[in-house]
Design a protein around this ligand. Structure first.
Ligand SMILES: Cc1cc2nc3c(=O)[nH]c(=O)nc-3n(C[C@H](O)[C@H](O)[C@H](O)COP(=O)(O)OP(=O)(O)OC[C@H]3O[C@@H](n4cnc5c(N)ncnc54)[C@H](O)[C@@H]3O)c2cc1C
Length: 416
């Protein structure tokens, strides 16, 4: 088989890899996108909640208040689910997450995240237009709904915290919320409406539309195992089903599987996962949901999707490759039925995704410190759909020697 030669090989065809490939291609690079699956977005980018969260400057942090930690540890907080048998294996990562979740760490993450998330809507809109996929993205923002006085205080406190970051949001009482979402249940007392975010009616279809754009523009999509990546002369070499591939540069965008590859090159980057599930439901009668709604105190989200109403769970703390379980969805479903009139389930079993997370909840974007031509773009935590296109832009600018639109220092691989 003849060897294929290209400028850059991007490893991983989730939203992060696909978007990076498009931004490199836009700079005149010949790009190959390699994934072990025949279709883009077959893993974490397949089943997320679909929100382009332009408001998400503050990360989800490890709780610091002892009472909150105790509630989560005892399984009394529906926002998290812990696989106790896996705790010894994941405890070192959780400890680092706890340490990075100090008020100072949280603010540092927000300052770094600001430039990225605020550009996310513009970058998605441009890609969706070029891909002819505008119909998969809707405006109208999303709503953080609360049930109790305590929830209201929390929601308004969060809203206040985002004020210095110029994030448009509106506090809604129950009647104002019902004007936007008439079918929400009586448990919903009010909410905060983030008005600017977009949301996808099918996040996998959106990423696949971006991947088709990449191919239409002359890019190669190849099936191959990223773990065959090796240095060869001054190049990078890889085995694909279409034969050997050589490239001047390689980008690791393998989401939660990036760890194996960077470990193999001697980098000790503390990449963990926060797992999450989804389940689709039919609406009851003529009930309609116009935009995603988060049930703040119960920690799940309901999003209108092509396939039905998608319930997505918060974080499950387990080993990446532990078998899936239906426990978290089963636990959340009664709360979701109080929030919105849901009829029957539409999936036989819950879908499981694995959010790739670094302890400081910032992705790694930039050069590998000790290997020329090797670049990293992974660890996009709860926000990979949001950040894929913007981090692809930042990476492509760095790889092309352009002035990056945001300071890349907080995303360095050697920050740990
Ligand atoms: C329940 C849930 C809800 C979420 N909601 C949102 C949301 O509303 N908004 C948002 O912005 N984000 C959300 N996220 C997060 C988002 O889905 C992820 O951050 C994002 O999908 C990560 O994308 P990725 O491209 O880095 O990884 P992935 O999509 O996992 O892509 C990695 C790719 O690498 C490939 N791969 C792995 N190993 C190999 C190998 N050895 N060789 C070749 N290929 C390989 C895989 O096949 C896969 O295609 C949510 C996540 C979950 C789980």
């Amino acid at each position: 088989m003849a060897s294929l030669k290209t400028d850059v090989v991007v490893l991983g065809a989730g939203i992060v890899g696909v978007a990076a490939a498009l931004h490199l291609q836009a700079r005149g690079r010949a790009v190959a996108l390699v994934d072990r699956a025949a279709t883009a977005a077959s893993e974490t980018s397949f089943g997320n909640a679909g929100i382009v969260q332009s408001e998400a400057v503050f990360p989800y942090t490890f709780p610091r208040a002892p009472a909150e930690i105790a509630r989560a540890a005892l399984g009394l907080d529906p926002r998290v689910h812990i696989r106790y048998a896996s705790l010894p294996a994941i405890a070192p990562w959780l400890w680092r997450y706890f340490l990075a979740s100090s008020p100072r760490g949280r603010l540092a993450t927000a300052m770094a995240m600001r430039g990225l998330v605020q550009r996310s809507v513009a970058e998605h809109s441009a890609l969706a237009e070029a891909a002819g996929a505008q119909s998969l993205l809707r405006g109208g923002g999303w709503i953080k709904a609360y049930r109790t006085r305590r929830g209201e205080d929390l929601a308004l406190k969060d809203m206040e915290e985002t004020r210095p970051f110029d994030i448009p949001s509106v506090a809604l009482d129950r009647n104002q919320m019902l004007a936007l979402e008439p079918h929400l249940g009586e448990v919903a007392r009010g909410g905060v409406h983030f008005t600017d975010p977009l949301s996808a009616s099918d996040p996998a279809a959106l990423t696949q539309a971006y991947a088709r754009l990449f191919v239409a523009r002359g890019g190669h999509y190849l099936i191959g195992d990223a773990l065959t990546l090796r240095q060869s002369g001054g190049d990078w070499a890889l085995d694909s089903v279409e034969g050997p591939l050589r490239a001047g540069a390689a980008v690791v965008a393998l989401g939660p599987w990036s760890k194996e590859l960077v470990d193999a090159f001697g980098y000790r980057i503390p990449l963990g996962v926060k797992r999450g599930y989804h389940m689709h439901y039919a609406p009851k009668g003529n009930a309609v949901l116009n935009r995603p709604v988060l049930d703040l105190e119960r920690g799940y989200l309901l999003a209108p999707m092509t396939r039905g109403l998608r319930l997505t769970s918060g974080a499950e703390f387990a080993r990446r490759d532990d078998p899936p379980s239906s426990v978290h969805i089963d636990l959340l479903e009664p709360s979701a039925r109080e929030m919105f009139p849901l009829a029957e389930r539409r999936d036989a079993v819950p879908w499981l995704g694995k959010r790739p997370c670094l302890p400081d909840m910032l992705p790694v974007i930039g050069p590998a410190p000790r290997h020329k031509g090797l670049w990293f773009d992974f660890g996009h935590q709860h926000l990979g759909l949001t950040l894929g296109p913007v981090s692809g832009l930042l990476l492509a600018q760095m790889m092309s020697g352009e002035t990056p639109f945001a300071d890349p220092a907080p995303f360095r691989a050697d920050r740990f």
